[in-house]
Design a protein around this ligand. Structure first.
Ligand code: 0O2
Length: 214
């Protein structure tokens, strides 16, 4: 039979995974509601698409090793803030702030941390708004705050980030450093494009027009 410590660790892992799943679902449902109501009231699609995932065990191990952290439950849950992750893609730059503001009005979730890589892009050119949300999950032991990472970015930023991720994920890409440099330069074009598309958006959709009464 398996040693009791191992069985306890397995139970602990299942309970924690369940909490992350429930917290992520709660945020996804809220985003779905925001998106549908916004479209009804403003006749405008705020959210283009969303993806979500619970970080795999391999990816958790890899990140803990990279950060030189011990492989214990406590260390994982205290140090990794993106075990539950949602990526939200919007069309326009100004939509990023609209989603952020709408989420801030939700009394049951708290924005615990903001990393604004849009106003402060990473050196490699990466742009995205990262929010760590604290989501209440009512466990049999009482309420528990579970973290969910929400990345909000435009279609253009996502285009850049997914290619850059592929470049760094793939092994043995010839001229990898040159390609990275080239992508870093292209990030400026993404910023310009997002700003110009926002100007066009404002001419199509009046930014001062209010919502439809319901
Ligand atoms: P994956 O495979 O996407 O899950 P910390 O430093 O501990 O406060 P953390 O989580 O290490 O925080 O860093 P951060 O900056 O919040 O970034 C977390 C996630 O953002 C990454 O998750 C990526 O998804 C994305 N990201 C951050 N920087 C870059 C980048 O330069 N390029 C791309 N393409 N994506 C980036 P993971 O776990 O690294 O990977």
């Amino acid at each position: 039979p398996a040693p009791p410590e191992l069985l306890q660790a397995v139970d602990q892992l299942k309970a924690y995974s369940l909490r992350y799943e429930v917290a992520m679902k709660l945020v996804l449902d809220k985003l779905d509601y925001i998106s549908r109501e916004y479209e009804l009231r403003y006749g405008y699609a705020l959210i283009d698409s969303k993806q979500s995932r619970i970080k795999s065990a391999e990816s958790i191990l890899g990140k803990m090793r990279r950060k030189h952290l011990p492989l214990t439950f406590e260390a994982v849950f205290n140090n990794l803030h993106d075990i539950a992750g949602i990526r939200l893609i919007v069309r326009f730059l100004s939509d990023v702030k609209t989603v952020e503001d709408l989420l801030a009005t939700q009394a049951d979730i708290k924005v615990l941390k903001v990393k604004d890589y849009i106003h402060h892009p990473k050196e490699n050119g990466y742009q995205s708004l990262h929010l760590i949300l604290g989501v209440p999950v009512y466990t049999v032991d009482g309420p528990s705050i579970v973290e969910v990472e929400l990345q909000i970015r435009t279609i253009a930023m996502n285009f850049w980030a997914s290619l850059e991720h592929e470049l760094n994920y793939k092994k043995n890409v010839p001229h990898q450093a040159d390609l990275q440099k080239s992508l870093t330069e292209k990030a400026r074009l993404i910023t310009e494009l997002d700003q110009e598309m926002d100007d066009i958006k404002e001419r199509i959709y009046d930014p001062d027009a209010g919502p439809k009464d319901v």
